[in-house]
Design a protein around this ligand. Structure first.
Ligand SMILES: [Cu+2]
Length: 494
């Protein structure tokens, strides 16, 4: 495990605790946040490639075929996922965004440590885009990797509003024959209750003290509803789980030749579902976590939390294989097919044997040398305590919901350490905007990431460098937990 620490805490699950107000011990709660004046010089100091790429993006209501089921939803463009956008590290990206949805929205560029005022968080970094309105974004993409974009607005993530954002590394040889982007999702739009109805059901169930009470709202026929009582399987069961917008009975089929080396770029865009993924008959050789290289490690199966991305290389055998994504703690399966020869197509419900293996998690990964932060003792250590409950349906960081949060603080140039501890019986994917952290300690062997799945009652220590001034969200990437309060900010102070 190297220095990656996974700490288990013997804390009562119910203890949201009053004595947790440790958030602001680092840089001083009385300091004032830095403003745009600090953001611009830092952003303009970035060396670019000189190239400019343009993205014309429209959020709109569409009808889309999931594979025999046509549903109404909201999407970027006319497909689910939205078309993947490609750039090279150092490129300037100019986005012309139009909102044709009936409510305000925003676009957040997940995993990109771009300038703060382009981060797409209404009320914190970037104005929302009104219905019928336009917004433009203009930023330099600093780091290569598999990233994505989605709204940072209420529960909009649980519609079809997501798309890959792939940044190529000009210095990487690309030792593979092809790359395939694989986006996982949990799906309810047009077949089950929508996100707002699900949230209302979770809140109502929490008020009645009955975690299953929400089942009454049209979800009593197995087409969706609330999951188990706060266990690791998420809070919501979904009618469908999708790979690249397709149900398992009518999957996307990737075609290649036996012996080809394929780079998979796997993105979990789900709102409430952790997936375990496997390619039948193959090992996945994991090469990157959240865009950053790791020492390659082979595994039959891989666990991926919401918001996380993993890249893996596979060397294809000869035949027809299922790439399967099993939702943790829930029934159902998502899949794509890989065809590299003749053979019969596995049944839609067939689970590759690899899914029975214990899946690789972040604990087994070590950063490539190039991905390690410089070794450095932290200037500030701050707690990120995750807690909450199903009844009432409230999720907190450091003992408060977002509206009452006391932001984490840091000064530009400081080394910061977050001590993330999960005091609940659910896993939470914790996402930090504008930065990537190194698991364990700076200069150690832990992987670089921007989103980490923290297991029930577990914890991680992560280090980051305060090199991107602004106000940055730190939050759970479960859309329902975030909406129920599980968010805070990391604010730069003078
Ligand atoms: Cu959570």
């Amino acid at each position: 495990m190297g220095t990656v620490e996974r700490r288990t805490f013997l804390l009562a699950a119910a203890g949201t605790g009053a004595a947790l107000g440790l958030a602001a011990c680092g840089a001083g709660a009385a300091s004032t946040s830095v403003g745009t004046a600090a953001i611009t010089p830092r952003a303009t100091a970035r060396t670019g490639s000189g190239a400019t790429r343009r993205l014309v993006l429209r959020a709109q209501p569409i009808e889309v075929d999931l594979g025999g089921t046509i549903v109404a939803t909201w999407a970027y463009g006319s497909t689910i996922p939205g078309r993947a956008f490609h750039a090279t590290a150092g490129d300037r990206v100019i986005v012309d965004f139009r909102n044709d949805l009936p409510e305000p929205t925003s676009v957040h560029w997940h995993g990109l440590a771009i300038r703060n005022d382009m981060d797409g968080v209404p009320g914190v970094t970037t104005p929302e885009t009104a219905p019928g309105g336009r917004s433009s974004f203009d930023f330099v993409v600093p780091d290569p990797g598999t990233h994505w974009f989605h709204p940072h607005h209420g529960l909009q993530l649980d519609h079809g509003l997501y798309a890959p954002f792939v940044i190529d590394d000009p210095d990487e040889p690309g030792d593979y024959d092809a790359e395939w982007v694989i986006v996982l999702d949990d799906w309810t739009d047009g077949v089950g209750p929508d996100a707002t109805e699900i949230m209302a059901g979770l809140v109502a169930a929490g008020e009645s003290g009955d975690g299953m009470a929400g089942m009454g709202m049209g979800m009593d026929h197995g087409m969706g509803g609330m999951g188990g009582m706060g266990m690791d399987g998420g809070d919501v069961t979904y009618p469908f789980y999708l790979v690249n917008g397709r149900v398992p009975s009518d999957p996307e089929t990737f075609v290649a030749r036996a012996g080809d080396r394929i780079r998979l770029r796997i993105i979990n865009a789900a709102a409430d579902t952790v997936f375990t993924v496997a390619l039948g008959g193959h090992d996945l050789v994991v090469t990157h976590s959240d865009g950053y290289p790791v020492q390659p490690v082979a595994t039959p199966a891989l666990r991926i939390g919401m918001g996380e991305r993993y890249d893996a290389v596979v060397t294809l055998g000869d035949g027809v294989f299922a790439f399967a994504a099993a939702p943790d703690g829930k029934k159902g399966l998502a899949r794509a097919l890989v065809r590299s020869g003749s053979g019969s197509v596995p049944m839609a419900s067939a689970r590759p044997a690899e899914l029975a293996a214990y899946p690789l998690t972040v604990d087994a990964l070590r950063a490539a040398e190039s991905a390690r932060l410089p070794e450095r003792d932290p200037d500030t250590v701050q707690d990120v305590l995750l807690s909450g409950s199903m009844a009432p349906y409230v999720w907190t960081i450091n003992g408060t919901t977002y509206q009452d949060t006391i932001p984490l603080t840091i000064r530009e140039g400081q080394a910061g350490r977050l001590s993330i501890r999960n005091m609940s019986m659910m896993s939470h994917p914790v996402h930090v905007h504008g930065h990537t952290f190194q698991m364990g300690s700076a200069g150690g062997s832990g992987p670089r990431k921007d989103t980490v799945l923290v297991p029930p009652m577990g914890g991680y220590r992560v280090d980051l460098v305060a090199d991107n001034p602004g106000k940055w969200m730190v939050h759970c990437h479960n859309a329902y937990h975030a909406d129920a309060g599980m968010m805070t900010r990391l604010e730069y102070v003078a």
